[in-house]
Design a protein around this ligand. Sequence first.
Ligand code: ZN
Length: 238
Amino acid sequence: MTLRPRQEWGTILREPETYGRSHLGVPLEIWRPAGDCTLLIFAAIHGEEAETTFALSRALRQLREPSPHCAVVLAANPDGSIRGTRGNARGVELNRNFPTRDWQPNPVPHRSTLEDPRDVLLSPGSHPGSEPETQALITLIDELKPKAVIALHAPLACIDDANQSPLGRWLADRTGLEFVADVGYPTPGSFGTWGRENGVAVITYEFAMTNTDALVREHVPILVELLTKPELVTEGAP
Ligand SMILES: [Zn+2]
């Protein structure tokens, strides 16, 4: 696929569809692919990880036509994006709100920076899947039935793929990020755990702590490849 000329990178080609509403009533937006959806990439399920939205938007804005195979969600937690919070507008850490066998009602410890202790407490929700953003994402994936889902996060600097799939390996090779099978601490109720329990192949793509310029140089071209090369999903390599 040829890309749009640089002068046109300021706007996204098409209007999105809506797959639900956030707690605050903000539309949950999806850019659907032209053909069958084999890949879903979503950003900012953590509202304070705005760099994931920025990078994915920048990649999407370079496309001259819809991705042939990849659905895009720029903000899975738009309330958090608007308010700059990790959780949604009710303070729920959505990545601990998924209905998994290991879901726990305990507060979720979080650290504000990599140097801080994990002493900020967030809610995992009143019950598994309690939040509208969580429910909408599950319903969306049930409908799309993608072969893989890439969840963008920051700043752990790794490619976390429990299946160690060819696509995950390609991403690790292409980004130079460490290829791991888990993040090294329990994540009950996380999207990744939900994926494992429900036969959804989830790859967590964690950007490093870096500045915007480095982020654009390193990751936007890789995201463009993910959006334009369907063969990466099935083969993991061109
Ligand atoms: Zn995150």
